[in-house]
Design a protein around this ligand. Sequence first.
Ligand SMILES: Cc1ncc(COP(=O)(O)O)c(C=O)c1O
Length: 457
Amino acid sequence: MKTIIEPFKIKMVEPIKLTTRAERESMLRRAHFNVFQIPAEDVIIDLLTDSGTSAMSAEQWAGIIRGDESYAGARSWYRFEKVLRDLTGMPHILPTHQGRASERILFELIGGPGKSIPSNNHFDTTRGNIEHSGANAVDLVIDEGTKPRSRHPFKGNLDSVKLERFIEDVGAEHVPVCMLTVTNNSGGGQPVSLANIREVSAICHRHGIPFFLDACRFAENAFLIKSREPGQQNRSVREIAREMFDLADGATISAKKDGLVNIGGVLLMRDDSLAKRADNLLILTEGFVTYGGLAGRDLEAMAQGFTEVLDEDYLTYRLRSVEYLGERLLAAGVQIVEPPGGHAIYIDAAAFCPHLPPEQFPGQALVCALYARAGIRSVEIGSVMFGGVDPDTGESTRPPMELVRLAIPRRVYTQSHIDYVVEAVSEVFVHRHELRGFRILEAPPVLRHFTAKFEEL
Ligand SMILES: Cc1ncc(COP(=O)(O)O)c(C=O)c1O
């Protein structure tokens, strides 16, 4: 069958308020053209993020009721620990309230001035936490990873030649960890191949450098390995995921993605002495080691989510639905980062608005047009998010791509919602020459995309 069906029935519904174009235009003006400032109830289809926006299953909600709220050694903790141990094989499993809490604990312990931490692409909170510790965050994705039209199946791969050169340049003793983001969110949600994970792991271990995964979307990455990597078709996604973790010395995970929950995170590691120090920091800043800043019910929902996410019928629907959105946009003439990755479609905003130079923020223009046209909320990943001023030279810095991300929440929207998005983007595309650029009126020095105020040119 060609029709993509959601492999679930809907038991509970959340109404969507259908606003008018005039209402949305006035909302945009009030929000200073920053969609982060628009109340969610005034959004028709919210594709701002796939993080923490999943719909939970009946079993997860049942787990919420079953949650054991004992302070130490709760039943829910043991269930969570068993699920994570079976999945990853890691001896040390620390629950945290979300991914960045895991990052903060890790980099507070092993980061610091004079250290450099490579990755394919660091996600913004990962980079932020590394830099906050005083260390240097370095992106070493393969060159194809920055070419939107390249159909390389694993554009999230880390360039092993660049990694060897980097280690030689800075010295292995200054590299406390090498990260690999699976899938590579900041690089277009592109997967990393198993061959690349094996290679990066081997390089790190040859130099005595610990190797950690940023494994928020490990299941989607494992499914894309199964679909695209020669020789992997007959393995289960669970088996592939386990090999990914077996190759690593630890992982940071935001459970708000493939954990299929609205809040939660995990920090995993093999090193006993590092784990002891991490436990102490966890107790100091998050909570006791058997709950880590979460309620027992959250641990239950995570345990169930990390189990359900490996259901291959779910993953087939999930990945096919994202791919379908990509195919339809390409057919309408819209250029996207190809091939579609796991959790989102990234529109090439520079190609969409060739009349707008990067300093007029073409991505921001598209984000605002999609909201005004159809109430769709997306996010700019380009010169607003990653541009700025070099503190040393005073010159403007620009990322290699101007993208707009349409992130698809898990199990939330149906096929007809996706068709609505296709129709809206296609209509804005027909009128793309009318889109106007923007200027930043006011912005904080870091993570400016959340609160910047814009003015239409
Ligand atoms: C790749 C990656 N790493 C880390 C994080 C941070 O996770 P959290 O938002 O739970 O702190 C995210 C969140 O989007 C992410 O996509």
